[in-house]
Write a protein that binds this ligand. Structure first.
Ligand code: 5AD
Ligand code: SF4
Length: 442
């Protein structure tokens, strides 16, 4: 049976993104594909003809967000003609199971399949379409087509996928193995965003430090030096790094390249060597501390952030205390902390020694309370200092106040007589909370 073909020129689309920066960048590409065929973004679900949900599967909670969002669409779908697509990591993982749970979903598409989007939306087949195949190669995407959310800071993807198989992590099953983008294409995209006036570039990948240009075999430190020498972009950052691949040459490139920020997100996950071993992280507590030492020797002003998982299967009270002491030892400027969540297909999901939910909850509260104090102390030490801020817009809470980030990626809210959105501005810090700094433009 055939259904009506969708003409994208008359379509208003709405994209809801869950998850990490990789997903945000994927949504920018999806929007780019739709826009290049004439579709227009819609301001509300009600006025949309096409709704795409870009999903994250990293924790159970992320998956729940998809189903609660789909729940909101049930009555909309009954009331009007609207095409609904579920894309991204949950789509890749569960495939047509999603159709069984939510029969009103029209198509499913995994992260390696966005190139087929227009074909899928245009298809006049009555059957539901699921496209979740893998590709061995990096699918390059014409950067001029990307529909970027920000006009100030641009994401540039350098690699996709992961070979690490940390025992708790679903990513290798949803994003597949590592695939590297050709160096020349990365440099071309950076040049292009520089010409367009972007001020900051965030290089993206599940494990950016393992980057290797397939042709020249040049690695991540070379890439950093190359992007640094392209004029126009004042701040480069990159995410995510893996401690085992974070080598001296990368730290040196960071410290020598004047446009690479002295800021690093380096997920530790646990401060206990025995837990790290069970997590298959390939480094010990001491290895991690050595890396921190190396970084601080080269860049004493570096801001470090991390990810922490509490309640990994079998985590004892002693092992958990190692995580607390690690936070005290390193004194990160920011952390993202999570209760362990069992994910399908992962090695850890087959372990029988789960930490009870209440205990995980208690440990998470402890981690967050300790970190809050560390951040409050660090932020207080910045009062009176003047720092360079890239202004990203107005504060969400108060439209009289501007909001931006410093080189260390901390949020800074500040007053300014001039409109400084999209500009670098010197801000004197006058007060702070644990999660942000407050100041005045000079
Ligand atoms: N449970 C809890 N947190 C997880 N993360 C990844 N997998 C899990 C899981 N199963 C966290 C890690 C990772 C971040 C992106 O999400 O800390 O660095
Ligand atoms: Fe997941 Fe580990 Fe790969 Fe990060 S390095 S994406 S935590 S498997």
């Amino acid at each position: 049976m055939k259904k009506e073909t969708v003409d994208l020129k008359n379509v208003k689309y709405y994209i809801r993104t869950f998850g990490c920066q990789m997903n945000e960048n994927d949504s920018e590409r999806i929007a780019g594909i739709l826009a290049s065929e004439g579709a227009k973004p819609s301001r509300s679900l009600e006025e949309s003809d096409l709704i795409i949900i870009n999903t994250c599967a990293v924790r159970e909670k992320s998956e729940e967000k998809l189903y609660s969002f789909l729940g909101r669409l049930t009555s909309l779908k009954k009331r009007k003609k609207v095409t609904i697509g579920v894309v991204g990591c949950v789509a890749q993982l569960y495939d047509s199971e999603i159709f069984e749970k939510k029969p009103f979903v029209d198509f499913i598409m995994g992260p390696d399949n966005y190139g087929k989007l227009s074909e899928i939306v245009h298809s006049n087949q009555e059957e539901k379409i699921s496209s979740t195949s893998w590709s061995q190669d990096f699918h390059d995407f014409p950067s001029e087509k990307i529909f970027r959310e920000s006009k100030i800071s641009a994401y540039v993807t350098i690699m996709e996928g992961c070979n690490n198989f940390c025992s708790y992590c679903i990513v290798p099953f949803t994003r597949g193995r590592e695939k590297f983008r050709p160096l020349q294409n990365i440099l071309q995209e950076v040049r292009e965003v520089a010409q367009k006036g972007f001020k900051e570039v965030q290089l993206l990948g599940q494990n950016v430090n393992s980057y290797r240009d397939t042709e020249s075999k040049k690695g991540f430190s070379f890439l950093l030096k190359e992007v640094n020498s392209i004029g126009g972009i004042e701040w480069f950052r990159f995410i995510t790094s893996h401690p085992k691949n974070f080598t001296l040459d990368i730290a040196e490139a960071m410290s020598e390249a004047e446009n690479v920020c002295h800021q690093l997100h380096l997920p530790i996950q646990s401060g206990s060597t025995s837990v790290l071993k069970r997590m298959n992280r390939s480094y010990t507590r001491e290895d991690y501390l050595e890396k921190i030492c190396m970084l601080r020797n080269l860049m004493p002003d570096i801001n470090l952030s991390t990810d922490i998982i509490v309640g990994f299967p079998g985590e004892t009270e002693e092992e958990f205390k190692d995580t607390l002491s690690m936070l005290e030892e390193v004194r990160f400027t920011n952390i993202f902390s999570f209760r362990y969540s069992s994910r399908p297909r992962t090695a850890a999901s087959r372990q029988k020694n789960a930490v009870p939910f209440e205990e995980k909850k208690k440990r998470l509260i402890q981690v967050q309370a300790l970190q809050k104090e560390i951040q409050r102390n660090f932020n207080t030490s910045l009062i009176g200092k003047t720092m360079k801020i890239l202004c990203m817009g107005k504060s969400k809470k108060d439209t009289q106040v501007y909001s931006g980030r410093n080189e260390g990626y901390q949020v800074v809210n500040f007053k300014s007589r001039d409109n400084v959105i999209g500009r670098f501005v010197d801000v004197r810090i006058t007060s702070c909370g644990p999660y942000s700094l407050i100041g005045e433009a000079s």
